[in-house]
Design a binder for this molecule. Structure first.
Ligand code: SF4
Length: 430
């Protein structure tokens, strides 16, 4: 009987991509993939270690797996293993530790483990076989690792130095997903602005990759996940503008709107440099969606520095601001900095920023609704509310939209104007 494997994924888009890859590998090698809440022979938790909360969740899921089937083999994979070390993680009742770099060998790792164990007669019966959900948007991992060493971040220690896939490799995988029906592609990595820098002899950068992806028949949209402000030059923006499928949605991580905090964070730009990148994008694209991340309560962040961040966020006029409270990570420079901020202050600063985010998001959406510009929506999932289901999708500038018409299909692209209906934005087809 086949062994059954249940997965739980935590953390970033790169982790989700790697979870799906491991699932695919195991399914192709005769394992049955079952839901995580079901009794399985093997539980694989693809862990995250970006914050203390992520560490805690990783531990909780490992314990939950053991409780679901005490005789199952528990596998901890990913960043929690890389940052904690295998001895520490084994203390959580884990049978196998898989580092990030070993995920691609999941099949031989399990085979080797079981080679010394039972003959397989103790397998649980797989009640349901879970195939990968059909989605229309696909994350494609194009690089791993990061050389930036922001003072608060543990990821370079967990993921290592940058390592880019070749354009050829990414293209062949993208074609495979086009054949499966995917229409939107998101080149993803730990730091995609570094794409190709580790292979200077190839002379292939992010633009070459995006252009090559756009030349594949069936690729309808390409969305960039997160960019470093420093990569945005006039020629970079013009190149992007010339790629029809490129969505006018740019996520530029800001982290702080105070130059002194940016310096302590070891970010490699100033607020002026950041604003220049935003201006270039706005000169090139017609009111693109600019989104960002902010960390509140970085060590030593004064009231004045926080005010500077608020003012800067207001000045940029983001579509969305993702707010994170600073989380101490052992082994990072920021963990050793004086002036650690209390949770109460971090919480209050986050609340203020989230309030501003709500306002800015509404302003952006209202502009789209009022200018009655025709929006193109790629339909994806369905959502149930009050006993009625509606298909949802995203515009090219990443506004979530509900389609009130019955009978639409996932993967369909519909065009129309946007309207507000209660809390939702709906599309009126043309
Ligand atoms: S750019 Fe900074 S925050 Fe992002 S992964 Fe690299 S070190 Fe971490």
């Amino acid at each position: 009987m086949h062994k059954s494997v249940a997965f739980h994924n935590l953390g970033c888009k790169v982790n989700s991509y790697e979870t799906e890859k491991m699932m695919k590998e195991l399914a192709e090698n005769g394992y049955s993939i079952v839901p995580f809440d079901q009794k399985a022979d093997i539980y694989i938790v693809n862990t995250c270690s970006v914050t203390n909360i992520a560490d805690r969740k990783s531990r909780q899921m490992l314990h939950r797996a053991k409780a679901l089937n005490p005789s199952a083999v528990i596998v901890a994979a990913g960043c929690y293993v890389d940052t904690r070390g295998e001895t520490d993680v084994a203390d959580e009742g884990v049978d196998i530790c898989v580092r990030n770099a070993q995920k691609k060998n999941i099949v031989p790792i399990l085979e080797e483990y079981f080679a010394d164990k039972e003959d397989g007669s103790g397998c649980t019966e797989a009640v349901s076989f879970e195939t990968a959900d059909f989605h229309t948007r696909r994350f494609i991992k194009v690089q791993d690792g990061c050389d930036m060493f922001c003072s608060y971040c543990i990821i370079p220690f967990a993921r290592g130095r940058i390592a880019s896939r070749t354009v050829e490799d990414v293209i062949s995988e993208t074609k495979e997903y086009v054949r499966m029906g995917y229409r939107e592609f998101v080149p993803t990595g730990i730091h995609i602005s570094s794409y190709g820098k580790d292979r200077p002899d190839d002379g292939e950068g992010l633009i070459d990759l995006v252009r090559a992806m756009s030349e594949i028949e069936g690729v309808e949209r390409i969305r960039l996940s997160s960019l470093e402000p420093g990569i945005v030059t006039e020629s970079f923006a013009e190149e992007l503008l010339s790629i029809r499928q490129l969505c006018p949605h740019f996520h530029l991580s800001l982290q702080s709107g105070s130059d002194t905090v940016l310096k302590r964070m070891n970010r490699h730009y100033t607020t002026d440099g950041y604003m220049k990148a935003v201006d270039i994008l706005r000169d090139c694209f017609d009111d693109p969606a600019i989104t960002t991340d902010i960390i509140t309560g970085f060590p030593g962040e004064t009231e004045e520095e926080f005010r500077n961040t608020l003012d800067f966020v207001e000045r940029v006029g983001f579509y969305e601001t993702h707010v994170f409270k600073y989380s101490r990570r052992k082994g990072t420079a920021a963990d050793r900095m004086p002036g650690q901020i209390t949770e109460r202050v971090k919480h209050e600063r986050s609340r203020i920023l989230l309030e501003l985010d709500r306002l800015q998001r509404r302003r952006f959406e209202d502009r789209r609704i009022e200018n009655r510009r025709v929006a193109e929506v790629l339909l994806e999932d369905t959502e149930e509310t009050d006993g009625r289901s509606a298909r949802t999708g995203y515009t090219r500038d990443y506004i979530k939209v509900y389609d009130p018409e019955a009978g639409s299909r996932a993967g369909e692209i519909v065009c129309g104007t946007l309207e507000r209906a209660g809390d939702r934005i709906i599309i009126r087809r043309q």
